[in-house]
Design a protein around this ligand. Structure first.
Ligand code: ATP
Ligand code: MG
Length: 594
């Protein structure tokens, strides 16, 4: 079933309703202006018949006054409309953008896996503007022009019945052709928009990876892909432009035919004295205005097709399912920091299970190193604890409380994380450290930076914590420096459970040791899950959990695992043992067993 405009716009009603009075006032303005604007040809007709034809100079005075009054009234209404519209437009697009942004913040992580940032940018920027254009065209522009057209027909019918009838035949003919073309055009425009989105997303990705492309010598390859994508986009664009052009010409032709019919009929009526010269000239003006209005209406309905595609995208984003925040659920209270993964199964897509009946119990206050091959599901396990995804079966408990029965906000306050990829925002170092949290004095910021082993570097910067980083004008930081800033950020938000996803991978040995010492200091009652890619992480952890084939296959102290677990031994020698360490460890393991 085809959607009506009402059902299509339904998700936007709350915002539209907020401005209903402004919309109503504007609409009244449009109605009055439209009708007033159509009076000119009629007055002109009177001027010809009464003043020129009847030689009644007295009447000229009234005509001039009438012209002046109509013009002044029309201009006043125009000024009112334009200023009110400018205000409404900015407020309205602000509200929609805010809603979209809030929506993005609460969507399920799976949404972001499937969507491209180029598309999302287009929705927030361009498509939002198109909603306004849609309302402007639909409610005001289209309404105004249809009203003008009706007024024109009414004037002509009043002045000459036959000419009015002629107009009534020409109007539906043009509308019919317009509607016919629009249907086809909409499909083409959807294709064009999709192709543009793909092209933009690809450009975004390529620009971000420009350095890598050059280093990999993949310039030619990426340039070929670019040309291929451009050609595809141009093809779709050309075909819709062609259709647009054909539709415009056809409508133009029909208007021309109706003009010719007017001249023939008018000649006949004037010869038979059924029409005055003034009425003929006024009708000619109404006919040409009518043609112009029809052209505009058809132009508007073509733009409306374009807007509808944009609106569909905004609305489908607004209707995306959100993360269940569990705002009505109680907050999570962490006392000891015990974490229990009980028989967890999870997959991103049904064909490839990632975790399968996984069970793991972490004792509060300990540091557990999680190890496993790349792609074995370590980050996924951490994401489940953070409530980013829900396990398909099984339960996760913190101090005996199911995390699915706690508010998401409290869970994320209790579990702090240092993600595998560090992301810093454009802004000052201070803003990055405090991002989203309450204000803290400089002393606390410096302490956190010292703990993360980055304070010395920051002191060498002339503007210290006020140094701009990232963005166009900001300082570029190395991966290791970024990780330390991100570590300092997590030190400023003390949480009883910490997940470090390879947080120290870009740190040098010295810095890593110091950071580790700080974790241990902070440690005490904190439970830490460290997704380990380094030997030192494993050695300093209380226990090591080995993830393989979606399960925890071994969980014990490193040395005991080394002697007892074949899988761990293999993994350890493949991934972790550094030069010369293998032998020593076997010896140590033997001693440990003894
Ligand atoms: N958002 C996602 N959508 C679909 N599949 C995903 C997603 N994230 C990860 N995967 C898949 O799930 C599996 C586990 O990924 P995960 O990131 O948990 O591995 P990992 O153990 O952290 O690996 P690494 O050590 O390389 O970081 C991989 O096969 C990966 O392809
Ligand atoms: Mg990972």
């Amino acid at each position: 079933m085809r959607k009506t405009m009402y059902t299509q716009m339904k998700p936007l009603w709350p915002i539209i309703r907020r401005y209903r009075w402004s919309f109503i006032n504007l609409f009244i303005c449009v109605v009055v202006t439209s009708v007033i604007g159509m009076v000119y040809p009629y007055i002109f007709g009177m001027l010809i018949d009464e003043v020129f034809y009847q030689r009644n100079l007295q009447f000229l005075k009234y005509i001039v006054i009438l012209y002046g009054a109509v013009f002044a009234g029309e201009q006043c209404l125009h000024i009112c409309f334009n200023s009110a519209w400018a205000y409404l437009a900015t407020r309205f697009s602000f509200d929609i953008r805010k809603r979209l942004y809030d929506k993005l913040l609460s969507l399920r992580p799976a949404f972001f896996t499937a969507s491209k940032s180029g598309d999302l940018m287009t929705i927030i920027n361009r498509d939002t503007e198109e909603i306004l254009a849609f309302i402007h065209l639909n409610v005001f522009f289209l309404a105004a022009n249809i009203l003008r057209l009706l007024t024109a027909v009414a004037f002509v019918l009043y002045a000459s019945f036959y000419l009015g009838l002629l107009m009534l035949v020409a109007v539906p003919a043009v509308v019919f052709v317009t509607v016919m073309f629009n249907r086809r055009l909409r499909t083409r425009l959807t294709e064009q928009r999709e192709q543009y989105g793909t092209l933009m997303s690809w450009c975004f990705e390529m620009l971000a990876g420009l350095q890598d492309i050059r280093l990999l010598g993949a310039g030619k390859y990426s340039s070929r892909t670019f040309v291929h994508m451009l050609i595809q986009y141009m093809r779709v664009k050309n075909s819709s432009s062609k259709l647009e052009w054909i539709s415009e010409r056809t409508i133009g032709l029909i208007s021309l035919c109706s003009d010719l019919a007017l001249y023939v009929t008018a000649c006949y009526l004037i010869i038979h004295q059924q029409l005055t010269l003034g009425v003929f000239i006024a009708s000619m003006e109404y006919f040409s205005k009518g043609g112009e209005l029809l052209q505009r209406i058809s132009g508007a309905s073509r733009s409306i097709q374009r807007n509808k595609v944009a609106i569909d995208r905004v609305i489908s984003l607004l209707q995306e399912p959100e993360e269940n925040k569990g705002s009505d659920l109680p907050g999570l209270r962490v006392t000891k920091g015990n974490i229990e993964f009980d028989n967890i199964s999870f997959s991103y897509n049904p064909e490839t299970p990632v975790l399968l009946n996984l069970s793991l119990a972490l004792e509060g206050g300990t540091t557990v190193a999680l190890v496993g091959k790349s792609g074995s599901g370590k980050t996924t396990l951490a994401s489940l604890l953070l409530g980013l995804y829900q396990p398909e079966s099984g339960e996760i408990r913190v101090d005996g409380t199911l995390i699915s029965r706690c508010s998401l906000r409290s869970l994320r306050q209790a579990v702090s994380t240092n993600a595998q990829e560090t992301f810093l925002f454009a802004g000052t170092l201070r803003e990055n450290l405090l991002w989203g949290s309450v204000y803290q004095a400089d002393k606390a910021l410096w302490t956190a930076c010292e703990q993360a082993f980055i304070s010395e570097y920051i002191r060498t910067l002339p503007e210290g914590l006020d140094t701009l980083i990232e963005g166009d004008r900001g300082l570029r930081m190395s991966e290791g420096q970024k990780q330390r800033i991100s570590l300092a950020r997590s030190f400023l938000r003390p949480a009883p459970i910490i997940i470090y996803d390879e947080a120290t991978s870009a740190l040098d040995g010295e810095a890593e040791k110091a950071v580790r010492a700080q974790w241990n200091n902070l440690g005490g009652s904190r439970t830490a899950i460290v997704i380990a890619h380094r030997l030192s992480t494993i050695l300093s952890a209380d226990k090591v959990a080995v993830l393989d084939n979606g399960r925890i296959v071994a969980y014990d102290h490193h040395l005991r695992l080394l002697s007892d677990s074949e899988i761990y031994r293999r993994l350890f020698y493949e991934q972790y043992a550094e030069n010369g360490l293998g032998m020593n460890h076997e010896e140590t393991a033997a001693q440990y067993q003894a």
